[in-house]
Design a protein around this ligand. Sequence first.
Ligand code: UFG
Length: 357
Amino acid sequence: MTSQTVLVTGGAGYIGSATAHLLVRAGYRVVVFDNLYQGHRAAVPQQAAFVLGDLADRAAVSQVFDRYPDIGCVMHFASYTLVGESMERPFKYLRDNLVNALNLLEAMIAHGVKRFILSSTANLFDLPSDRAAEPIREDAPIAPGSPYGESKFFIERALHWMHRIYGLKYVSLRYFNASGALPECGEDHAPETHLIPLVLQVALGQRPYVTIFGDDYPTRDGTCVRDYIHVADLAEAHILAMAALDQLGARCYNLGNGRGFTVKEVVETARKVTGAPIPAVIGPRRPGDPAVLVASSESIRRELGWQPKHLDLESIIRSAWEWHRAHPNGYGDTHLGGEAPPALRDLPPASQREDKG
Ligand code: UFG
């Protein structure tokens, strides 16, 4: 019999907490495991059990499975997630994201838990712009755009072997640009680097302007094209995938709306939603950014009946705006701001080091 307790690593983060909320609403028991370096205790649903811990700590990970023997599935969100930072701090991403996932998988296998959903990424697909002109399917060539994307690919490869050797059932969900908010939880990173929350901070008067990273890409207005998908639609995909895991065995799905918007279009839509002028200045390209990332989600639509409900950019930005207006200081907590504990830090950012080569 399938247990209904779900372990959500990173369940205090943006997408993890939204998924934890929808799991609770759907009647699942939820255990959140999070180190709160980037997440927020207040984002975790009250009905969920919360364990403060770090995936780097193998004993702590193993103890979660001892303490909650009914865990039947793991949804793994906890990781470092910033494309730009990963170009500066590759070891932090290539090593820690992989090692932490392996610690989790090892504890799962040792405790006989063999159902897993991975939070993966569109950053696997840094395709030449002619190939990315079509929405990206799961069989597109893997070409990670950054050490962040590569770290998720490493984990997908580890899952392949866990499936073959131990019979682990898994689904890897490759999100395109998660955006929007639930009434209960929204996007609050420190430092914030994502486009939509930054633009909304300008609208709230918390920043003077937004910088557009490059207007010389081969796109319709020269700025990068992304596929913005509502966090509630992503969360629903996790729940659907979990319910189908036993039939699926091993699958990767791309998750997006299938429509791309440029950075300038996002800024313009945010102006419309907020009524604020939102000044924008053009800056240089950000390393690691592919020109175009738009998903084909035909596979998960066809196989699992996934139907995103938030199809237009305006309603996605409006849901984010409602959350940011209600929480102008985010969760207002004093979490550690995304920095790893000293033992886990790697070399300083490349830009701060002398190049001896
Ligand atoms: N951008 C700006 N100015 C900013 C911030 C972002 O112009 O101040 C641009 C970026 O260059 C990019 C677009 O806005 O073209 C979206 O940037 P985000 O940082 O919001 O999101 P990313 O596309 O970099 O990354 C997100 C997730 C990653 C994931 C990736 C896959 O954060 O985890 O989507 O598409 F890998």
